[in-house]
Design a binder for this molecule. Structure first.
Ligand code: URP
Ligand code: ZN
Ligand code: ZN
Length: 461
């Protein structure tokens, strides 16, 4: 046995039990009350929880967007992920206009290769659905990229029309992929942005005011209707508003294969942040925008009741200095996105589990087990089980937590959670049986993370 994690409480999506975890050749080989067999190395987890490594299915590393590039690349982003207890991520490879999907994927492979410190996969964002590209989607699935994202917003850059969206839904079903949807009505938002700018409204708050909840709910409902017509499953990303959640709930009650994720920012932060003085509101410019606080209890309920199945981050960091500042004269020029990859696990532990909104098992389900199943990573990833990859997190619940840009590892000059205090620390992290974090020390290596060829879509959560 290579490694033994001793004396911790193992937590899965369905059970919590005291057990030692035995690891050999990167896999979990034994789970038992006490493992007496000697191991090359023993890690004490006394008083700690042993969780499956969290999986972040929504990240944007080194992504060209809004006239700049997101500030974390695959090295800094995956290292920060590990510090926060995340051991796998799925990033969005974006097809440029006129580009083949092979070119888009090659670009993303090059971004990741030799840099990633944890395992990673790709979704493919289709922005130019030519007949040739539709054909190519079959090959993409064969290469282990089994989910496609479409944007109904960002008119003039990433947005596609309903016809293209419908064709992608049908083709995805045919080739065994899941379609993911950015649900905002880009046409209406475009009108509202132009009107706001014409009226001289340039401040960050207008980012939120020109992207109303109704525009998200409408696009969510439309997406569901088109998926139903195509006979295809749909996964709604970064759901932020109760009105949009109603659409998802209704569809699920009707038995449709519709799933949705939300993100910590929509659960913890609200629209008031855009009013921070000296342009600081720009830090929270993301799409969909932060909403009125009244939405949050509905989102928490959705997570607890199973109407929402995943918490991901939509990690898309831009520095305040030099990047967010590009929009000093116009909110529409502020690059959209915010950092979050490092803080998701402990924020959900504090706000979800410690505040008794859901159990620790449900947290594991939302952050690891269900994302692994939906996105074709299970059974190797997403659970603590014999035969699974030894992607593990030792979480110390007694440690004090304080979040600050000064101590974080993301390559960005702020955190939306500055000054947040709570409990818990990621005490150790293993990636396929290698200890990549212990104490506060990073022991991983760029290039250690492997590309995950994901399975075809088969699981509706
Ligand atoms: O503001 C955001 N969410 N930026 C990243 C791109 C996207 O829409 O997911
Ligand atoms: Zn999006
Ligand atoms: Zn995103």
């Amino acid at each position: 046995m290579d490694i033994k994690i001793q004396g911790g409480k193992v937590v899965t999506a369905s059970e919590t039990f005291k057990a030692d975890v035995g690891i050999k050749n990167g896999k979990i080989v034994q789970l038992a009350g006490k493992i007496d067999q000697p191991a090359g190395r023993t890690i004490s987890a006394q008083g700690c929880f042993v969780l499956p490594g969290a999986i972040d299915v929504h990240t944007h590393l080194a992504m060209p967007f809004g006239g700049t590039v997101s500030a974390d690349d695959f090295e800094t982003g995956t290292r920060a992920a590990a510090f926060g207890g995340t051991t796998s991520l799925i990033d969005f490879a974006i097809q440029g206009k006129g580009q083949s999907l092979a070119q888009a994927l090659e670009t993303w492979h090059q971004k990741a290769e030799g840099k990633a410190c944890i395992d990673y996969g790709f979704h493919l964002a289709v922005t130019d659905a030519t007949p040739k590209v539709m054909e190519e989607l079959g090959q993409v699935v064969k290469e282990g990229v089994t989910s496609f994202k479409v944007f109904l917003a960002y008119k003039g850059s990433l947005m596609i029309d309903d016809g293209a969206f419908f064709k992608i839904l049908r083709r995805a079903r045919e080739v065994g992929a899941l379609t993911m949807l950015h649900a905002e009505n880009g046409e209406i938002i475009d009108v509202l942005i132009k009107e706001a700018l014409e009226a001289g409204h340039t401040a960050p708050i207008y980012h939120a005011l020109t992207r109303p909840e109704e525009a998200e709910a409408e696009a969510t409902g439309r997406g569901i209707a088109l998926a139903d017509m195509a006979g295809a499953p749909l996964y709604v990303v970064h759901l932020s508003a109760a009105l949009a959640l109603d659409q998802v709930k209704m569809a699920r009650e009707a038995g449709l294969p519709i799933m949705a994720e939300t993100c910590p920012q929509y659960l913890l932060l609200d629209i008031k942040r855009y009013q921070e003085p000296r342009f600081k509101g720009a830090k929270y410019v993301m799409s969909p925008p932060l909403r009125d606080k009244a939405n949050q209890p509905f989102l928490w309920d959705g997570l607890a009741q199973g109407d929402l199945q995943v918490v991901a981050t939509d990690h898309c960091p831009f520095n305040f200095k030099g990047q967010k500042e590009m929009g000093k004269d116009s909110f529409a020029a502020i690059p959209n996105g915010a950092p979050g990859i490092e803080h998701r696990v402990l924020l959900m532990y504090n706000e979800g589990v410690r505040k008794r909104r859901f159990s620790l098992n449900r947290m594991v389900d939302l952050l690891a087990t269900t994302p692994a199943k939906i996105f074709g990573l299970a059974p190797a990833k997403g659970s603590v089980a014999v035969g699974a990859d030894a992607d593990l997190v030792v979480l110390d619940p007694k440690a004090d937590l304080k979040i600050s840009a000064r101590s974080q590892h993301m390559n960005v000059d702020y955190t939306p959670y500055e000054g947040y205090t709570g409990k818990g620390a990621v005490a150790a992290v293993l990636s396929r049986g290698r200890v990549i974090l212990e104490g506060k020390k990073f022991l991983g290596q760029p290039g250690q993370g492997r590309f995950i060829k994901r399975k075809a879509f088969s699981y509706v959560a």
